[in-house]
Design a protein around this ligand. Structure first.
Ligand code: ATP
Ligand code: ATP
Ligand code: CA
Length: 218
């Protein structure tokens, strides 16, 4: 489904968000106070405006309230980032995701109602460390402090075994949400479905259980 999204701040992060949203076919409004940055996105965003993101009237007249989601990608100017976030929430944008530069910035954003705070260097650092820790872990999503979803590569150990034979839920308290084989995705696999070596298993569970499954089950 085509989504309407506002991206404010066209630095490296904001630009990357825009290019990907555009590639995925979403409808974009981009805002930056530097005209050349807005122009550079002309090809990718249906709407662009050179404006100060802390100017309430400007935001209102650009019709940001008609957008269900916004990304605030102003990192260095914390004052601007915070004020813009506050305005977007006051104007009534349902989902506001904001880039933070440090933990203090994150705390303020969470307090004023940011729906998600991203700290790219910090978040990516965790992800990379997870990848380094285990060659079997391909990707990683944190659900809460304790629970996450990881992608694990199936090894020879589980080759050609069915899910019920593996009995992952009982043995490791983990759930296999999907089995990916090349481009093919088996979503919500059945007990009789088989795993093959090099399949990508999307697994949800407690951190400790996932670690156990990864160490002993695979
Ligand atoms: P990067 O993603 O490149 O690391 P950053 O997080 O360091 O960026 P900045 O460089 O501070 O963030 O800002 C990103 C963009 O936001 C820049 O293009 C800048 O012109 C724009 N910007 C900063 N403040 C405002 C503002 N008040 N109104 C509109 N745009 C702004
Ligand atoms: P961040 O992840 O915070 O955005 P960055 O990508 O901006 O970091 P820098 O701040 O340039 O990178 O450097 C990161 C770290 O690398 C710093 O702690 C710095 O002291 C160290 N560093 C930079 N150059 C060298 C070097 N030539 N030898 C050893 N350490 C270095
Ligand atoms: Ca920067």
């Amino acid at each position: 489904m085509k989504k309407q999204c506002v991206v404010i701040g066209l630095g490296r992060f904001g630009t990357s968000v825009c290019l990907e949203l555009s590639r995925l076919g979403h409808d974009l409004l981009v805002i930056d106070h530097k005209e050349e940055r807005v122009n550079a996105m002309r090809e990718y965003a249906a709407h662009g405006a050179t404006a100060n993101a802390t100017d309430e009237n400007a935001l209102r007249s650009l019709g940001v309230r008609n957008f269900e989601q916004a990304v605030v990608a102003i990192g260095d100017d914390i004052h601007a980032s915070v004020l813009c976030t506050l305005l977007l929430k006051e104007i009534g944008v349902e989902r506001v995701w904001v880039k933070a530069r440090d933990p203090q910035h994150r705390r303020i954003l969470e307090r004023i109602g940011a729906d998600r705070v991203i700290q790219p260097e910090y978040d990516m650092g965790i992800r990379i460390a997870q990848n380094l820790d285990s060659e079997k872990i391909i990707d990683y999503i944190e659900i809460s402090e304790d629970y996450s979803i990881v992608e694990l590569v199936a090894t020879k150990k589980v080759d050609n075994r069915t899910l019920s034979q593996l009995n992952v839920r009982a043995k490791y308290h983990c759930m296999i949400l999907a089995i990916k084989r090349g481009q093919e995705v088996n979503l919500a696999p059945k007990p009789e479905d088989k795993v093959q070596k090099n399949d990508m298993l999307v697994v949800m569970g407690h951190r400790k259980d996932l670690k156990r499954f990864e160490d002993r089950g695979l």
